[in-house]
Design a protein around this ligand. Structure first.
Ligand code: FES
Length: 56
């Protein structure tokens, strides 16, 4: 599912970024660009990051 429509970032891509070494929302944002446009996705993106970090 798309988390960030502005940048076309999916929850799968966010998970992937974390498996590849990102360990915070900030790092995911820098690496994928998620939340850098309108910012509406920030809340959901943070939630996906938090959930994924608690699994790894
Ligand atoms: Fe992510 Fe707009 S939907 S910045």
């Amino acid at each position: 599912m798309y988390v960030c429509l502005c940048e076309g970032v999916t929850d799968g891509q966010i998970r992937e970024a974390i498996y590849e070494g990102c360990c915070s929302y900030r790092e995911v944002r820098t690496s994928l660009g998620v939340g850098t446009q309108c910012g509406k996705c920030a809340c959901l993106a943070k939630q996906v990051v938090r959930e994924t970090l608690s699994e790894v």
